[in-house]
Design a protein around this ligand. Structure first.
Ligand code: PLP
Length: 396
């Protein structure tokens, strides 16, 4: 009944931990949740009002498949203003989240026999999306030695004559690592030499810290715009995860192909949410900065707590809202007669002992790590991390 390709799409290893968290919550046990992948802030009022207006004005019908013209124009304006990129509205597609943009792009670009480079640790959906297209994802492993960034040499080692594209996520989920202009140029020269197309997932662009200068891959000189798809959206920057609006900018032929896939699967993104995204991109931006500053403080606070736990290795990331400590020193230890065999066991242990939810690194192709999201209040971070430290100390 099922296709062969479904065998390559693995169920999420993180489900067991989130099911356990739900079970404990249902028993009335309060869990501090550091597993979330979304800002804990509210969508700004002016954005919500734009959506309410859209409903009242009966803006409730199908729209143009690739997105309403004024939103695509606002995206072009945003890409020019923030990223020094020059795109026409025909080179833009609006979809139901950046996730759908990535999926359509992969379906349009790769086929069985093709290879796609995926730097790991990586976001949970890249490998399944490549598998659903019948192509092969080739991990390019990184670790804290290179601050979770690929290097020209590590890329070169994984390129074959079948390599079609790379999915480059900066800042990264789960590591928070981001590439400077110089680091991007260094890897761009390797990719150019081999004619590799870049799918640049820039969804965390706005959440960078300590003066880090975000650079869009498409803005690199040497005509990268022609060989790159810039993927972004309003989910993380404007606390709009549930509205489901993402967008992509790239060569018109690719955008057209993605539009065909979208047109025959979901059609346009939600009409009301498109109006809200328009308000997000064209309205006041001070809410983004306030949220960024709050995340910056929370990052430092959580880093302090992690630094106090012996034998953990945690890099100081440039962006996103995740920390990705290496817990391998703790794998193999026991508490109360129970042995921790894996990062999934460790996440389950922290849930039971510290009442803290974190995501096992195995879900991001990085066993031995745990992802802690700091999309939580400073009080929650302090109290939760103190319990994590106690639970870690009890492991021998
Ligand atoms: C790296 C990365 N890319 C894409 C997405 C998807 O974002 P959207 O809500 O726009 O679909 C996420 C969401 O968690 C993400 O972490």
């Amino acid at each position: 009944m099922l296709t062969k390709r479904m065998a390559h799409v693995k169920p999420s290893v993180t489900l067991a931990v989130s099911a356990k968290a739900k079970e404990l919550t249902a028993q009335g046990i309060e869990i501090t949740d550091f597993s979330v992948g979304e800002p804990d802030f509210r969508t700004p009022t002016h954005i919500k009002e734009a959506a309410i207006r859209a409903i009242e004005e009966n803006f409730t019908r199908y729209t143009v498949n690739t997105g309403i013209p004024e939103l695509r124009a606002a995206i072009c304006e945003k890409l020019s203003r923030d990223n020094d990129l020059s795109y026409e509205p025909t080179e833009i597609i609006v979809s139901s989240g950046a996730k759908q943009c990535l999926y359509s792009a992969i379906m349009a670009m790769v086929a069985p026999g093709d290879e796609v480079l995926v730097p790991t640790p990586c976001w949970v959906s890249y490998l399944p999306q490549v598998a659903l297209a019948g192509a092969k994802a080739v991990p390019v492993t990184t670790d804290e030695e290179t601050n979770f960034r690929v290097t020209p040499a590590s890329l070169e080692a994984k390129i074959s004559d079948r390599t079609r594209a790379i999915i480059l996520n900066s800042p990264s989920n789960p590591t928070g690592a981001a590439y400077s202009a110089g680091q991007l140029r260094a890897i761009a020269s390797v990719l150019r030499k081999h004619g590799i197309f870049v799918i640049a997932d820039e969804i965390y662009e706005k959440l960078v810290y300590n003066g880090f200068q975000f650079v869009s891959f498409g803005s690199l000189d040497d005509g990268w715009k022609e060989r790159c798809l810039v993927v972004n959206g309003v989910s993380k920057a404007y606390a709009m995860t549930g509205w489901r609006i993402g967008y992509a900018a790239g060569p018109a032929s690719l955008i057209k192909a993605m539009a065909k896939i979208q047109g025959h699967s979901t059609s346009n993104a939600n009409s009301i949410a498109q109006k809200a995204a328009l308000a997000a991109l064209t309205g006041p931006q001070d809410g983004v900065e306030q949220m960024r500053q709050a995340f910056s403080r929370r990052r430092d606070l959580m880093l302090e707590h992690l630094a106090a736990i012996p034998e953990l290795r945690t890099t100081r990331p440039q962006g996103a809202f995740y920390l990705f400590p290496n817990w391998s020193a703790y794998i193999g230890r026991s508490a109360g007669g129970k042995k921790i065999e894996s990062c999934v066991d460790l996440a389950t242990y922290l849930l039971e002992e510290a009442r803290v939810a974190a995501v096992p690194g195995a879900g991001f192709e990085a066993p031995g790590y745990l992802r802690f999201s700091y999309a939580a209040s400073e009080e929650q971070i302090s109290a939760g991390m103190e319990r994590v430290a106690k639970a870690a100390a009890a492991l021998h």
